[in-house]
Ligand binder design. Sequence first.
Ligand code: UT7
Length: 337
Amino acid sequence: MPKAYISGVAMNVPDRVVTNDDLVTEFGIDTNDDWIVQRTGIKERRFAPAGVGASDLALPAAQRAIERAQLDPDDIDIILFGTLSPEYAFPGSGVLLQQKLGLRETPAMDLRNACSFFLYALGTGASMIEAGAVKNVLVVGSEIHSAGLDLTTRGRNVATIFGDGAGAVVLSATDEDRGVRRWKLGADGRYAEALAQRVWDTRARPFIPQDADGNGIVSPELMWAQMDGKKVYKHATTIMSRALRELVATERLTVDDLDLVLFHQANMRINQAVQAELGLPDEKVPHSISRYGNTTAATIPMLLAECVEAGRVQKGMKVAMVAFGSGFTWGAALVDW
Ligand code: UT7
């Protein structure tokens, strides 16, 4: 049976840096650098200009990941795309990226797993490769959060923590004994509304409220993402450490056997709590949250790209990844690099 290894990885972020102070001075939000840094570890994030969609931000990351895998776009057998800030409600952004890559009929599938996208996509792509159905899978997470944030004091508990960014990996078939070794996913739909954007509701007629003239009207609570931060925090800290422990146990390993652990970059406080619970030393746990904020579907491939570029990932290393987010959904994976 072939195995699936990561043959290329790359990231892309917009040029515009928005610091915590900029949120106060440019956007007029009643917040401050201390509050944001202490609660989340975020110092700055990137915002894309109007006109740039999730597939646009994804394109350079996807192209570079394909190049680094020493492939051409035509070699990609399927695109797995993840975003919670797509250009359209439907179709998904995967087909838009497919066109921008110059591909004609390559299949493109959107996975709607928000912060856990990368783990869900890694499991899906690796399974397709192991089944012999495909040889090269492009996995891309890309977010244009800046378009969907309530950048006012009313929205500050959410708006201050998200940023724009894209990360891509290519998964390729190999006969070598390396690559994705184990993955484990989870979900608990009881908490679907603890972190959600409910801009429409197909149970209602019409699905978006209308005024007397038939124009759609969306209240701020429906237009902008809503989050029960304390609920997310509590579940994220317990579930991420459990997911990682269970993952390594199924491989008869312990957390100490891991060389590098990539956490979803949602919140530095959450990650520090999980790191401490697992007893992981700082050198095994890289972070990028301070520079990019939470880029949801893109955090892990972005962090992986930085680690590979910095030479922190070497062949033979055991690299684990773990994420938790909206749904609630979560996932963990172990990769033999
Ligand atoms: O992928 C998953 C992504 N989500 C997360 O990772 C979020 C997890 N949750 C958290 O990290 C925390 O719950 C937050 C950082 C979001 C919020 O921290 P908290 O300690 O739970 O704050 P809170 O919501 O209980 O609010 C405390 C105070 C409130 O003021 P009052 O009512 O005490 O006067 C808020 O209005 O902090 C206020 N507040 C802010 N103040 C300055 C909320 N957001 C801000 C802000 N700046 N950005």
